[in-house]
Design a protein around this ligand. Sequence first.
Ligand code: C2E
Ligand code: CA
Ligand code: CA
Ligand code: CA
Length: 278
Amino acid sequence: GKRNNKNSIQFYSQSMRDSSHQLIQLEHELRLAIKNNEFELFLQPIVDLAKNNITKAEALIRWNHPKKGMISPDKFIPVAEKSDLIIALGEWVIQRACQMVKKLAKLGYNIKISMNLSSAQVTDNNLFSYLHACVKNYKIDPCLLEVEVTEGVLVDDYSVANKLLSKVRTIGMSVSVDDFGTGYSSLSYLKQLPLDFLKIDRSFINDIVTDDNDKAIVKAVIALAHNLNLCVIAEGVETQEQLSFLTDNACNSVQGYLFSRPVQFNAFVELLKKHPHT
Ligand code: C2E
Ligand code: CA
Ligand code: CA
Ligand code: CA
């Protein structure tokens, strides 16, 4: 009846107040966390199937909260994206990635590090200068850096993305399309944008051994990418059977728990020691 309706409306607006309060609280904590240096950049190896070794790593951020422990990026990146915080966080990621490339090179490993870029970073006028300055400060080879941009961002911010990615590639950095296949978008951007790699989303890899539709999709995506001169990385590879299918179908590289979860820098170096390296 009426009374129930009124109560549910009150309840709803109360919970809305709570969740917006929570959001403001989280934003505040994130701001402090940047100041207090509570973030860590984990690395997940990407294995080149032709070379049979680790040639690249994806940088994945974690928040090492003093009370709540390790917090996954899915919990705080969306909050940072709703404010200007994503810019500061993104710049921190770029700094750390450059530092890591440098440290790895000093240890004798020429490993590329790929970084995820949010929409607000792609449209940030200062992003390119920031990247360029970091590369110069750390005196690293820009070929050892890569940016990952999702299909959605490439399509929604097409002309800014086009300009940024062209500049990024001019200095030798490479570009990946992230989460490919999840954006429900037209494919025409693929031939127009300056790209190097296409990362097939793990939702297509999950059931690749049993699902004939996923098999067909992944084969078609690999063929499409190769025709456009792009290399293909399969995400979320967890089993030997998935790996065999991808190897048999000329996929270029793989990333997933089969090889390693994302790990801290020192653990990543241990992984490199265990693998044959060129
Ligand atoms: P993403 O870019 O698609 O990253 C891949 C995600 O898949 C990572 O989750 C990784 O840990 C997970 N993953 C890798 N291999 C496997 C596997 O075999 N099985 C399964 N089930 N998962 C696997 P993570 O680290 O939690 O990151 C989640 C998302 O947060 C990322 O998705 C990315 O969109 C965002 N993110 C992470 N770090 C950054 C960052 O530094 N900047 C920005 N803007 N976004 C970031
Ligand atoms: Ca990514
Ligand atoms: Ca992805
Ligand atoms: Ca994703």
